[in-house]
Design a protein around this ligand. Structure first.
Ligand code: ATP
Length: 276
């Protein structure tokens, strides 16, 4: 099917401490409540795409530890093919997150197993589209994009400078407005979707805005973490299905809204058509 998707990306366990206030340097803050969640932009996007109805294969790595086994099981339970998730000799990627009562956060990411993903051995078949992020090494992203025979989407997060060959190869970039400002190379990209949180999203083709849509209404915003991941998966699938830019943005915004209305960064989602 044209919607066979390979997500080459990060797999993390997120350890979130909900605290009254964030600590300063050298300070200890007590009274935290702890959450453990499977996360990582790659895992979140693979799970979202699968829940939206695509056939999804994930390529990535975890450590030979309990977190790794749990993460792989969680991704598999969402319907993702995890045969190409390797177990490697470094701890499973971990994000240490502190969130205060106002929703401000501090995050430390330990890439661990994600940093050991190499480009050798990653094959992309004809008829497979690729979705990546920038939580693996840029060399891997670049090599996979170069050898992929078909459509390549890249959620360029976290922001970093991008080589011209990569910018030229990628069919669809997806970034938030901060990342768009931080990566001037994207002005030269063919197609870039930019998200504006509660203000919706826009599509730029060759640097010119060709479509802009408002956010879908949300009764109560519960958790915005992972909204960008749900949006990225949905937009990629919508564009792959042949939807025009504006319709694809609307669909992706509806999926992003469903994500912020749910506490999890891997929210339950209906099939993509439901949001069209
Ligand atoms: P995150 O890193 O928090 O996952 P992001 O910064 O990558 O998110 P955003 O621009 O915050 O991405 O959100 C992505 C999309 O999700 C937006 O374009 C919008 O469609 C939807 N969204 C985010 N916040 C809201 C909101 N408060 N109300 C409705 N939709 C929202």
């Amino acid at each position: 099917s044209p919607q066979d998707l390979v997500v080459v990306g990060s797999i993390n366990v997120d350890l979130t401490a909900l605290v009254e206030r964030l600590p300063g340097a050298g300070e200890t803050v007590g009274g935290g409540r702890l959450r453990r969640d499977v996360g990582g932009k790659g895992a979140n996007q693979a799970v979202a795409a699968s829940r939206l109805g695509a056939r999804v294969r994930m390529v990535g790595a975890v450590g030979s530890d309990a977190d790794g086994a749990w993460a792989v099981e969680t991704i598999r339970d969402a319907g993702v093919d995890v045969a190409d998730v390797e177990t490697v000799g470094a701890p499973t990627g971990t994000a240490l997150i502190a969130v205060d009562e106002a929703g401000e956060n501090q995050i430390v990411v330990c890439g661990g197993a994600n940093t050991l993903v190499g480009a050798e051995g990653i094959a992309v078949g004809p008829g497979e589209a690729v979705l990546m992020q920038l939580e693996l090494s840029l060399d891997v992203v670049r090599a996979v994009a170069e050898r992929a025979p078909g459509f390549v989407a890249l959620n360029a997060a976290p922001a970093q400078p991008l080589p011209a060959d990569l910018v030229e190869r990628v069919d669809l970039f997806i970034v938030n407005e901060t990342e768009y400002a931080a990566i001037p190379e994207l002005r030269a990209a063919r197609r870039v979707a930019v998200t504006y949180g509660a203000s919706g999203a826009a599509m730029f083709v060759d640097g010119l805005e060709v479509a802009k849509v408002p956010a879908a209404p949300v009764a109560e915003v519960v958790n915005t973490v992972g909204a960008g991941d749900a949006f990225s998966a949905a937009l990629t699938l919508a564009i792959l299905s042949g939807a025009p830019d504006e319709q694809a943005l609307r669909t992706a915004c509806a999926v992003g809204a469903a994500a912020v209305a749910h506490p999890s960064a891997q929210p339950p989602l209906d099939r993509l058509e439901t949001y069209a």
